[in-house]
Design a protein. Structure first.
Length: 357
């Protein structure tokens, strides 16, 4: 792994959302290769949470702050002078966006603008900024079609719309202040990366499939399945994170990486929600599920796929299929609940297994 991510050794990496699920995994990876990391995020919002399990406080300079606080965010970015910026801070839950739409737009759109404006004020050459959005930024036509980076943006629910809007913000900043045509003047690069339905050990967010499964299985309760026939591009958290880090490496070495990049499984590796639940019960060894008829439930997409040809052309490819991703996730949770003292060992082993394929 050190060889593949060696570019980050000794580099200053600013990570927003470092107290979250993906952010904690990212800081863990960066710490293992000797990066100098500063994290900026709100306090963890679940109990338990991966930030505490991984001891992220000891792996980076941890700043508890709101991405909407432009002055505070700018202060830390200007002081830290990062070489790389990974922007993960977000309100990431679709159902929450129905409950708090204005908050969702504020965090996901204005927060992204605040981050990019701070990078602009940094006035430092060779800063590589990676904005993490989602696979849900596309106008979903609910057909068996894998969306390309050039397809139309949209969003039925407030979360999806807010992330599509943040993509427009990214495009505007890139054109206005970090234009690749003027690279010799500013020497900075900005890309957005799109992935979704990420699973892995340490996610305890509400209204997500695997955390819901784990809560039920660990407490010997029935798994309640909202949309058993929905199809999603499931992937282990290491897949997109290593894609993001690979893109950052290429940005540091070349001047050609721009626009947006999708990260997801191969087109033939998609499973229905119901299939994932049945598979989880099989892997766990026991459990039951129920698919109640929920009236007046908020709209959620039934079918979603991503075209990952651009990412593959850049040298990245999926390594674990959906079944392997789920198996690794459940292995991590079982260790957490049954042998918590071994959680760091299983985490490192899974990272090593991923890179040694």
């Amino acid at each position: 792994m050190v060889r593949q991510l060696e570019i980050y050794r000794g580099k200053k990496v600013f990570v927003t959302g470092h107290t979250g699920f993906k952010g904690s995994w990212l800081v863990k990876l960066l710490s293992m290769v000797g990066a100098d990391v500063m994290g900026y995020s709100l306090e963890p919002n679940t109990i338990p949470n991966l930030f505490s399990v991984f001891g992220i406080n000891s792996l980076c300079k941890s700043i508890i702050g709101d991405i909407r606080d432009k002055e505070n965010l700018t202060k830390y970015i200007l002081e830290f002078k990062p070489d790389f910026v990974f922007h993960l801070a977000a309100q990431p839950i679709v159902l929450t966006s129905y409950e708090e739409p204005s908050y969702t737009f504020d965090v996901n759109v204005i927060g992204t603008s605040n981050l990019l404006e701070a990078v602009k004020k940094l006035n430092k050459p060779n800063v590589n900024t990676i904005i993490i959005t989602t696979d849900k930024v596309y106008e979903n036509i609910e057909k068996d079609y894998a969306y390309k980076e050039t397809d139309r943006l949209g969003g039925y629910d407030p979360y999806s719309a807010s992330k599509a809007a943040s993509e427009i913000v990214v495009s505007s900043f890139r054109s206005s202040f970090f234009n690749p045509k003027d690279f010799d003047k500013h020497k900075n690069k900005v890309v957005s990366v799109r992935a979704g339905n990420v699973i892995g050990g340490g996610d305890w967010a509400k209204d997500r499939l695997v955390p819901d499964i784990i809560r039920a299985l660990s407490s010997k309760e029935q798994i309640v399945v909202r949309n058993p026939n929905s199809i999603r591009p499931w992937q282990h958290v290491l897949e997109p994170l290593c894609g993001y880090l690979h893109v950052g490496k290429l940005m540091n070495e070349e001047n050609l990486i721009e626009g947006a990049i999708n990260f997801g499984p191969y087109d033939n590796d998609t499973l229905k929600v119901g299939d994932m639940v049945i598979l989880a019960i099989e892997i766990w060894g026991n459990g039951e599920y129920n698919c109640p008829n929920i009236n007046n439930k908020p709209h959620e997409a039934n079918l979603l796929k991503l075209n990952i040809e651009k990412a593959i052309s850049l040298g990245w490819h999926p390594r674990w299929n959906a079944k392997e991703a789920l198996s690794k996730s459940l292995e991590w949770y079982k260790t957490y609940y049954q042998n918590p003292s071994q959680i760091n060992d299983i985490t490192i082993k899974q990272i090593e297994d991923y890179f040694n394929i």
